[in-house]
Design a binder for this molecule. Structure first.
Ligand code: SF4
Length: 440
C-alpha cells in the first residue's frame, strides 16, 4: 500500500517536472495543413504553453532536410525535419528553449521511426537539448498539462471545426467571382476560431463561443460573391494524410484541379481519428477487455465526440449538403472490404479504398489518391484501384506520388480531367448540390 502511494507520488512529480520544462520552451507544430496546427497551437497557448506553427511551408525546407537524410525516408519526414532545422538555424535560438511537436505511432509504417531518427539527427548536429514532444495516452496526456482531459476534448473541437472550414474552402473557391476572396475568408475564419481556442474559458462557454464563431464564419463564406452552377466535375481526394493535406508536399494539387475546371472533396482529419478510435476498441476486444472500464471510457469518449461533431456541423447542413461524411467509420471499411482486408491491411489504404467507393456513390466524377513516393499506402491501394474502378462504372482513379522533386502536374492532371469529363457524361450516380446552387 505504502509503495503504491510512493509510486504514484513519484509519477506525479515526474509529470509536474515535464510540465514545468515545457513551460520554459516554445513548442513548434509541423504544418500538416493550414488550419489544424494553428488551432492546436492556440489550444496549447490557452493552457500556458508558448506555441506556434513550424516554418515548414516553403520549398527550402526539403533541401535542408535532404542534407541529413539518406533518401530512404518518405516526404512527410523531409518536410517535418526541414521545418525543425529551420527553427534551430535561426540566430540566437537556444535549443533548451525549444520543443517540437512530433507524434509517434507503433506498427509497420516508417512514421514510428521518425521520432527516433529526428532525435538522432538533432543530437548529432549539437541540438540534443531540444525536446521532442510526443503526446502519449499512457500518462493520460498529463505530461502536457494538468487539464489534460479538457485539452483532449478541445483538440477534437479543433479538428472538427478546421475540417469544416477546409471543406467550405474547397466547396466555395472554385465558384468565386473575385480570385482570392475565399482564401481570405478562410484564413480570417481560421484566425477567428484560433482566438476562441486561445481563450481560457470554462468548457461549456468555450464550446458555445466556438459554435457562435463558426456561424459567423459560415455567413462570411455565404457572402462571398460566387457563381454556383452545377456541372463542375467533383474529384474525391484520398491518400496518405500528410501528403494529401500539405500543399508544399503535393504541389497544391487541389488548386491545380480547380484551375482545370474541377472541384475537390478531400478526406478530412476526423476520418482518421474515427479510424484510430475503432482500432482502439478492436485492440481492447483482442486483449479480452470487451467488458472493462477501459472499454467503457472509450465508448463514452466516442459518444461525446460524435455529439460535439454533430453540434458543430449542424449550422453547415445546407452549405455542405451532398458532402456528408459517413455516420460510422465502419461504413467506409465495409465498402473497401471486397478489395482490402480491413484487419489485415492497416492504415490509410483501407480508408482510401473504402472512401473511393463512398465518393463514387455520392456522385464524384473521379478520384485522386495522393501519396509520398514509396509509401506503402499508395502502393497497396493503387494495386486494387483498377478492380475497384471496373466494379464502379470505370470511374477514373489516379495515383499521384510526391518526393519533393517538382513534377509536371498540369500535364497529368490535364489528361485525368479529360477522362473525368468523359465519365461525367455517362455516369449513373448523380450528385446532390448544396442549397446555394438552387437545384434540388
Ligand atoms: S504512411 Fe507512408 S508516407 Fe506516411 S509515414 Fe508511413 S510510409 Fe511514410
Amino acid at each position: 500500500m505504502f509503495s503504491r502511494k510512493k509510486e504514484k507520488g513519484e509519477k506525479e512529480k515526474r509529470l509536474a517536472e515535464q510540465r514545468a520544462d515545457l513551460r520554459n520552451r516554445k513548442v513548434y507544430i509541423p504544418q500538416m495543413n493550414y488550419a489544424g496546427p494553428r488551432a492546436l497551437a492556440a489550444l496549447l497557448r490557452s493552457v500556458g504553453i508558448d506555441a506556434d506553427v513550424s516554418p515548414d511551408d516553403t520549398p527550402d525546407v526539403i533541401a535542408l532536410a535532404e542534407r541529413y537524410l539518406t533518401g530512404d525516408e518518405c516526404l512527410p519526414e523531409k518536410v517535418t525535419l526541414g521545418g525543425f532545422l529551420k527553427v534551430l538555424m535561426q540566430e540566437g535560438v537556444d535549443p533548451k528553449k525549444v520543443a517540437f511537436f512530433m507524434p509517434t505511432a507503433s506498427g509497420p509504417c516508417r512514421f514510428g521511426q521518425y521520432r527516433v531518427l529526428i532525435k538522432k539527427i538533432l543530437t548529432d548536429l549539437g541540438y540534443g537539448d531540444v525536446l521532442l514532444l510526443s503526446p502519449s495516452s499512457y500518462d493520460g496526456y498529463k505530461g502536457i498539462a494538468e487539464a489534460a482531459t479538457e485539452l483532449i476534448r478541445t483538440a477534437w473541437w479543433a479538428i472538427v471545426s478546421t475540417d469544416i472550414l477546409t471543406k467550405m474552402l474547397h466547396r466555395t473557391r472554385p465558384y468565386e467571382i473575385h480570385k482570392g476572396d475565399t482564401d481570405e475568408v478562410f484564413e480570417k475564419g481560421v484566425q477567428m476560431i484560433c482566438d476562441v481556442f486561445e481563450k481560457r474559458l470554462p468548457l461549456k462557454q468555450k464550446f458555445h463561443l466556438l459554435r457562435e464563431t463558426m456561424i459567423q464564419v459560415r455567413d462570411m463564406f455565404r457572402a462571398i460573391p460566387a457563381k454556383y452552377e452545377p456541372g463542375r466535375p467533383l474529384i474525391g481526394v484520398v491518400g496518405e494524410i500528410f501528403c494529401r493535406m500539405n500543399v508544399l508536399s503535393n504541389q497544391d494539387l487541389i488548386r491545380k484541379v480547380e484551375e482545370l475546371g474541377g472541384e475537390c472533396w478531400m478526406s478530412d482529419v476526423s476520418e482518421w481519428i474515427w479510424y484510430t478510435n475503432r482500432e482502439t476498441i478492436k485492440r481492447l476486444i483482442d486483449a479480452g477487455k470487451r467488458f472493462s472500464i477501459d472499454m467503457l471510457k472509450e465508448k463514452i469518449k466516442n459518444k461525446i465526440q460524435r455529439r460535439d461533431e454533430h453540434l458543430l456541423l449542424e449550422p453547415f447542413k445546407e452549405d455542405l449538403r451532398g458532402y456528408e461524411e459517413p455516420e460510422d467509420i465502419n461504413i467506409l471499411l465495409k465498402l473497401g472490404l471486397p478489395y482490402l482486408p480491413v484487419d489485415g491491411a492497416l492504415g490509410e489504404m483501407v480508408l482510401s479504398v473504402g472512401k473511393a467507393v463512398y465518393l463514387y456513390e455520392k456522385g464524384a466524377d473521379g478520384i485522386i489518391d495522393i501519396s509520398p513516393f514509396t509509401c506503402m499506402n499508395g502502393i497497396a491501394s493503387e494495386a486494387v484501384y483498377p478492380h475497384l474502378s471496373r466494379d464502379h462504372d470505370n470511374i477514373p482513379i489516379k495515383n499521384f506520388y510526391f518526393d519533393g522533386t517538382p513534377v509536371d502536374l498540369e500535364r497529368d492532371l490535364g489528361i485525368f480531367m479529360e477522362l473525368v469529363r468523359n465519365y461525367q457524361r455517362r455516369k449513373r450516380k448523380k450528385r446532390v448540390y448544396p442549397k446555394c446552387f438552387g437545384v434540388d
